[in-house]
Design a binder for this molecule. Sequence first.
Ligand code: SF4
Ligand code: SF4
Ligand code: SF4
Length: 475
Amino acid sequence: MKIKAQVSMALNLDKCIGCHTCSITCKNAWTKRRGAEYMYFNNVETRPGVGYPKHWEDQNKWKGGWVLNNGKLELATGSKTTRLAKLFYHPQQPELKDYFEPWTYDYETLIHSKRKNHQPVARPRSLVTNERMEVTWGPNWDDDLAGGDSARSDENFKKMEEEITMDFHDIFMKYLPRLCNHCLNPACVGACPSGAIYKRDEDGVVLVSQDICRGWRHCIPSCPYKKVFYNWETNKAEKCIFCYPRVENGLPTICSETCVGRIRYMGVLFYDMDKVDEVTHTENPQDIYGKMLDVLLDPNDPAVVEEAKKQGIPDQWIAAAQDSPVYRLVKEWQIALPLHAEYRTVPMVWYIPPMSPILRRMEAQTEFPDTLSMRIPIAYMAQLLSAGNEDVIRRILRKLLDVRGYMRLRETKKSTAQYDTIYGENTLYDMFRLLSIAKYRDRFNIPTGNNVSREDKEVLQGADGFPGCEGGCFQ
Ligand code: SF4
Ligand code: SF4
Ligand code: SF4
């Protein structure tokens, strides 16, 4: 057993209000630079929709992630030899038109124009070419437009047997905040010919060394989530850094800290590195989620604690893993799922499926609805979060409904025995507290002291941080 620690995140989609605060605070901290204007390390998509970049889930087009080829795991972009042969030509690159062309407005003309006899208008100008441009697409262009044209082209519909009509009465909508998943089997790392992308040993954060990156861009199509970006000014790859300067100091990432809906949780997970291969080689994609749970170790198991100590994991990391909100959501209660586990990258950002309004009037107002009467189709959520396995989604939604049923009885001073016999005393109350009213310290438990030296950090991103960050982004 080789025990590794992973700083991980869980997002409760039930509470996301689509405010984009996370995207904007991340942008202001990390990508407000020349060459990085179009990058959103964190973005929030309205679903159904095509996402950012457009159709990122269409792996026939982009060849992202890993595939099993006669039991052998290889990148969907091809074997090492194929990729080397295509070192200078790999056409599965998303282009600016797939993301959007970033723009600003011509404020100078607006403010200083001498001609005052018309209503002044600030015209858009490209931040890449500085030419005047028409704005026809943006990172959240289809925001809140469920049922619009792009919603109908959602990739997940193609794999569903159930037909989604998008008629007025059937329309549904949810938000999907996305960032790099800091995967256990990152395709971006596997694809990089220079060895510039790596997964940190002490906390599992996946980073790109700005000094080593040579701009081959193999990582970009290989990441099935399209969370590696190419900086057109520096010719280097960039990606979400899991706000590691904050995480090293025991602070949550910026997107988590500023999340208005308080949907995000961060904590440590322990996993058995020797078993990750078993997960990635699982034949049936619908079994991958179950195998991922098997890889996660119980930090309260004395044998795991003893072994972790022997392998040099610091005491404060063991204590943090034992009190990790993410561990409770993912493993103990099993209500959080990986996004598109079928890509076989073993993502370490987890999502709690959202509840949704009930479609039909309840016969008896005292009854709680069942999961099938919810507006968001189970089959759709299953495509996103459980490789099409609808039973997993149904089971989680049932649990979330039971939390509500339990609280209704508890608040009206009635017996909760019917739930206690299934879940045990107080389990549903603990779930209610963490999901609904958890305080800052309950939502984030990140240990410090992972012994990363200043020199290591400088190797990581160059002494001044990302090029173009005056004085360094880490000041
Ligand atoms: S999600 Fe992040 S870690 Fe996973 S493959 Fe993409 S860039 Fe790499
Ligand atoms: S973890 Fe940090 S870098 Fe990554 S998306 Fe969130 S704010 Fe941005
Ligand atoms: S800040 Fe939180 S609530 Fe707002 S869009 Fe981002 S994840 Fe959702």
